[in-house]
Structure formats: C-alpha cells, structure tokens
Design a protein around this ligand. Structure first.
Ligand code: GLA
Length: 674
C-alpha cells in the first residue's frame, strides 16, 4: 500500500517537473512594457505608438509593441527562454514622411540580430533568434542614421518560447530618484561671468554682469573702454567701442553682505562668441506652438528664476515665427513676404522689433531661426532667394543670433525646380556633404550677417554634413551642429555624446561644435512632459556638454522649472569649465569598458576630468591611469558638482577611488598643487 502511494507520488512529481519544464509561449505584449525608453510617446501595447491598429506595409496585426526610435526594452531571461520570434517594420501611420529605423537585438550586450535599415512601406521582416544561455535581452530600435523623425516602429506577433516560466520580467536598471548636488549660492556677491568677451568695433555692446548674492546689489566696472557705460543697479553694460583693442576691465558687485571683483577681458576685434553661447531656445519645449508672448515669458522666467545670474542670456526663437506653407494662420493672405521681399511674421509675432527691445531691456540677447532653402524643416518660409532682405530684417529687429538650418535646401541645390517653391519638399536633406554646393548657402548668409551693423552670432544647423567643423569658420559661423536632433532619451544623448570627439580639435574661442540643446526639465516639442532622462543621465548630459565646450541652450519650459533642473543648470563651477577662456574642447583620453574619461585643459593650468559611465552597471574602481590623461605629480581634486575639494593626491603613487552610478558621472577638476 505504502509502496504504491510512494510510486503514485513520484509519478506526480515527475509529471509536475515535466510540466514546469514544458515549453510555453510568452507574448511580448503581455510583459510590462512601461519600463521601455523611447524617443516619443508611450509604449503601445497591441497598438502603434499613436494608439492605432498596428499596420506594416498595408497589413494589420492584433498583437505587438508599438514604439518610437530611439527605443530600448530590457528583458531578464535567466536562461529560461529558448527563442524569440517576431515581425518588424515601420508603422504605416507615418505615411507621407520618410522615416527609417534599424531593429536590433542584443543578448547579454552582444548584437545577435539586426534588420538592416528599414523604410516606410517595407514588408514586415521576420526575426527568429535562438536565446539559449542568454540571461538578458535588449530590443532596440535605432534612428536608422537619419534622425528619429517619424520613426514609429512595430515589433508585431512577438513572442518568446520559454521553459518552465509563464512570464518574463522587463526592467530598467537606472535609478530614478532625483538628488541635488549643487550647493545654494551664498548671500555674499559672486560674479559668474566668463573671463573674456568678444565684440566687433562699432557694434551695439550689451553685457549683463551675471552675479549671485543677496539683492539689492550695486555694480561697477573699472577701466571700461571709451563708449561703454554701466548701469550700477542692473549691472548691464551698453554702448559701443569704435576701435579694435584688448581692454582689461575690473567688474565689481557689492551688497549688504560684502563685495567682490572679477576681471573681464574685452576683445574688440573680428571674433565674437569667444565663449560658448548660453541661453534658451523655444523648439524643444514649444515646437510650433511658440509665440511672442511665450518668448517674453521665457525672458522673464530666465531673470526671475535667477538663471541670468549664472550667465544664461540668449532667448532664441526657433522655427514658426514665419508663415507656414500650410496656410493655416488666420492672418495669412497668401504672401510670405512683402513686395520688396522682406519676410512677414505670423500672427503670433506681431512686432519683432518690439520683442527684441523687450529682451534687450533685460540685458538679454535675441536669437532667431531660418533655413537656406525655400522652407524650414517645419514648413515655414525659408530664406532662399531673399537672404539679403532677411539679414537686414534681423539687424533691424535687433537679432543677436541666427540658427540656420538645411532642410529644404537639398531640393534647390541645383536650382529651383520650375521656378516654383511649392514643388520643393520641406525635408530634403541631400547634398549637404558636397563641399561646393553644401557650403555655398552658409557662406552666402554668413557674409551678409557679417556685413550688418551689429554682431549676429551664426549657428549652422546642418547636422555635421561634409565635416562642417573643418569649414564652418570660413562662413563666419561661430558654431555648428555636429549631429542629428537630440531627444530626451538615453540612446540619443549617448550616441550624440560619443560622436563629438572627431570634431574636438577644431574647437577654439569663437568656434564651437554644437551637439544640440539640453534635454532637461519640461520638454516635449509642443507635447510637454518631464525629460525622460533619469537624474544620473542628466548629470552626465550636463557634465559632458560642459566639458565639450558646447553651446548651452536650455530647451525646457522656463516657467515650469523644478528644483532639480534649476540646480542642474546653476552650478557655476560646471559652467565655468564650459566657459573657460582657453576654449578647448574636452576629449576622451581613456576608455575602461563602458567608462569613458574626458579631459579638458583649462586656462589656469588645471584640467577638468569627466568620468562618464555609459554602462548599465555602476563603475567602482581605483583609478590610476593618470598618465593617459596627461596628469602628473601632486594634484588637488575638486568635485565640481558638489563644489568641494576631495583629498589631494600624488597621482604617481596614489589612486582615485571612483564609485559612479550606471549612466552617471563623476566630474572633477584636477589642479597641480602649488
Ligand atoms: C531641425 C532642427 C531643430 C529645429 C527644427 C525646426 O530639425 O535640427 O533643432 O530647429 O528643425 O523645424
């Protein structure tokens, strides 16, 4: 009897074991997809990213994951899955656009499959990969090399074959709690301006002394060159210098708690924007919803939030101040320009000169945007054929900065088809790498801006085509985008950051590589949301843009600044590295696994060092390889984010302990001990 029972039990156990080891299908859409990171929108469960029926090349699908490049989803397999299969493709909902993506699958960080570049209308591509022995799987959608525009990408009929488990865990290993590192500014005055400022003789001079400390504050400036005066209450210096020359000025600020002075070298000559531009741009938060009112409010918020006291001073209007080719503006009467070819502004910008005056009255500068083609990227009137009138309008309105795109110029690179701008698509990117044809429109506008009776900083936005960093200076530009548009995703920040080194040696005072705007705070291109970058990713982003000497343009809604974002943008030591007068760009001198160590030489003989952890695991190590960084002897090590000296070390014999969070950074300044 007992024997029988044991026998029956052991059969039952055996069966149970077999059942639990049995193969089963786990559908991707049943997993928690909310942890995925993606360029836009929310992960679609059995829908496209826009919440519609999944559709690839005319075929619809009931099941799948609709996402947007650049996208990443991590899944723990722990050896329990044997196979992954799916169909992949671009969703038809973006018909009329030209998206491109690449689907990729990584097993334990090694690429195990890729779709190759796919375009809209391509048949869904089947994928079937063996997962034997793989612990961690990543499903990735890249931007296909042409930026993440309209990249609605679908993984359909996607499923795992598993053994012994009926579900799988998705995860995102990056910490999400914000934490504040920058100490609050003290009540005593502190002047935070760069040490150098460039202006052309005869141009309007406008410089607001950035200073933290209790108000009221009284400002003064000793040895100001002839033609300049300072307003002692606001610290705004205006006027014009007629002659070329170098002027050593001593700025000072005084309040009830004390006083302080700082040297400013004014270079009156040919070069402007000697330190990277700092300010705000409307695109990443407002997109086409920008208006004069929103721009004025951004200027007010820049002052009210105190950002202005840390050197942020440009207020840049991006696309959509002109009439759009869609003709939807209520005041549009079929004309983009007046009878003399001067551009008309849309109903949201009734008076540009007035807007310029408003911005300048705060001691701030005004930026604007256009494209050398007949249309901007957003389909508004571009400058093609009217460059002279546009340059004159900008000068008349008081514009201090022009961002000049590429977009539709590809469609007119060999002339205007049928003399009809309406035949040119807004997005025609071809030809930018052609060193004759691609440089020409930028030189044309650059020469015209240079000829205006005011300084207009010139930024080229052609995404690095034809190695723009090698020739941008010849067009009178001061900065140039090196890469495609940034989005508030880790994939975007990482790929842009890793693409900067090739241009680094071309950076110098008045010449900057521009990795695009800052994606912190409330961004969204018209669909406002908090940046999807995790706090550590934001520290890394700001640290790298600082060490790259990149133009720093805040892309968020300044009226919705939270404490974390404000703290991130007001660290004067981090900003000082960016604004350093030597003007070098930091470069990666050492790579250890996924840890990249960037170094920038500073004017005072010190070096900024950013230990940037691009990996998903924290980096804990004792760092010794200072030779590779060009650092020797006794050094003081200062933590820039905490504004605190760490121990002094002799790098020949001692090492530096590092404990850097995943996707995080340690940002230090090393100075030789005197
Ligand atoms: C391009 C630029 C963006 C923005 C838009 C406006 O995509 O790269 O930064 O200016 O155009 O349409």
């Amino acid at each position: 009897m007992l024997k029988n029972k044991i026998h029956i039990l052991s059969i039952a156990f055996l069966l149970a074991g077999q059942i639990s080891k049995a193969q089963s299908a786990v559908w991707l859409d049943k997993l928690d997809l909310s942890v995925a990171t993606q360029g836009n929108g929310k992960p679609g469960i059995n829908t496209s990213v826009d919440g519609k029926k999944l559709t690839i090349a005319g075929k619809t699908f009931d099941r799948g994951f609709g996402t947007h490049a650049e996208s990443s989803l991590l899944i723990k397999l722990n050896g329990k899955a044997t196979k992954f299969s799916a169909l992949v493709g671009l969703d038809d909902e973006m018909k009329g656009h030209e998206p491109a993506v690449e689907f990729e699958i990584y097993g334990d960080n090694k690429k195990v499959w890729s779709s190759g570049i796919m375009h809209l209308g391509d048949q869904a591509k089947p994928v079937s990969v063996s997962l034997k022995g793989i612990k961690q799987l990543e499903l990735v959608v890249t931007d296909g090399g042409n930026g993440p525009y309209y990249d609605h990408a679908d993984w359909v009929d996607a499923r795992f074959e598993t053994t012994g488990v009926s579900t799988l865990e998705t995860f995102n290993p990056i910490a999400s709690e914000p934490y504040i590192l920058t100490p609050r500014p003290a009540a005593v005055p502190k002047i935070n301006s760069a040490g150098i400022y460039g202006v052309r003789p005869g141009s309007a001079f406008l410089f607001r002394i950035p200073a933290t400390g209790e108000r009221p504050m009284a400002f003064a400036a000793k040895n100001l060159p002839k033609g300049l005066t300072i307003d002692s209450q606001t610290g705004i210096i205006t006027g014009k210098i007629d002659t070329k020359g170098t002027y050593e000025v001593l700025l000072s600020a005084k309040n009830a708690k004390g006083s302080v002075s700082k040297k400013l070298r004014i270079e009156s000559g040919d070069k402007i924007a000697l330190t990277p531009t700092m300010g705000w741009n409307s695109w990443n938060c407002f997109g086409h919803e920008v208006s004069a009112d929103k721009v004025k409010r951004a200027a007010d918020a820049l002052v009210r939030s105190g950002l202005v006291n840390h050197g942020w001073n440009y207020i840049n209007i991006d696309d959509s101040w002109q009439y759009n080719r869609d003709g939807k503006d209520p005041s549009f009467k079929g004309q983009f320009r007046d009878k003399d070819g001067y551009i008309l502004t849309n109903s949201k910008f009734p008076d540009m000169k007035n807007l310029g005056d408003y911005i300048h009255a705060n001691g701030l500068k005004m930026g604007i945007y256009s494209s050398p083609g007949p249309w901007t990227c957003g389909g508004c009137a571009g400058s093609y054929g009217y460059e002279k009138q546009d340059a004159e309008s900008y000068a008349r309105w008081g514009v201090d900065y022009l961002k000049y795109d590429w977009c539709s110029y590809g469609g007119v690179i060999d002339g205007l088809p049928d003399n009809d701008p309406s035949k040119v698509p807004s997005l025609a990117f071809n030809g930018g790498g052609d060193l004759d044809k691609g440089v020409k429109p930028f030189k044309l506008m650059g020469d015209l801006l240079y000829g205006q009776p005011r300084d207009i900083v010139y930024n080229l936005c052609q995404y690095g085509m034809g190695d723009v960093w090698k020739w941008g200076d010849e067009t009178h530009a001061q900065s140039w985008r090196t890469t495609n548009d940034i989005t508030d995703t880790w994939a975007s920040v990482k790929s842009i950051a890793l693409a900067q080194d090739k241009a680094a040696l071309y950076a110098k005072p008045g010449n900057r590589n521009d990795p695009d705007m800052l994606v912190v705070g409330v961004v969204g291109w018209g669909n406002p949301h908090q940046s999807k970058l995790k706090p550590d990713e934001q520290y890394l982003h700001i640290s790298l843009w600082s060490i790259f000497s990149a133009p720093l343009l805040i892309g968020c809604d300044l009226e919705k600044l939270d404490d974390f974002t404000l703290n991130l943008l007001t660290n004067d030591e981090v900003i000082a590295v960016n604004q350093d007068a030597l003007g070098k760009q930091g470069i990666c001198l050492n790579t250890i696994g996924e840890l990249k160590i960037y170094v920038k030489d500073l004017e005072d003989g010190g070096k900024a060092v950013a230990f940037a952890n691009f990996g998903r695991e924290k980096a804990k190590l004792s760092y010794k390889d200072f030779k590779k960084l060009g650092i020797s002897g006794q050094q003081t090590v200062r933590d820039l984010w905490r504004q605190k000296d760490l121990a002094g070390i002799d790098v020949a014999v001692q090492s530096l302990p590092l404990d850097i969070p995943a996707h995080g950074v340690a940002y230090y300044k090393l100075s030789p001990l005197k």
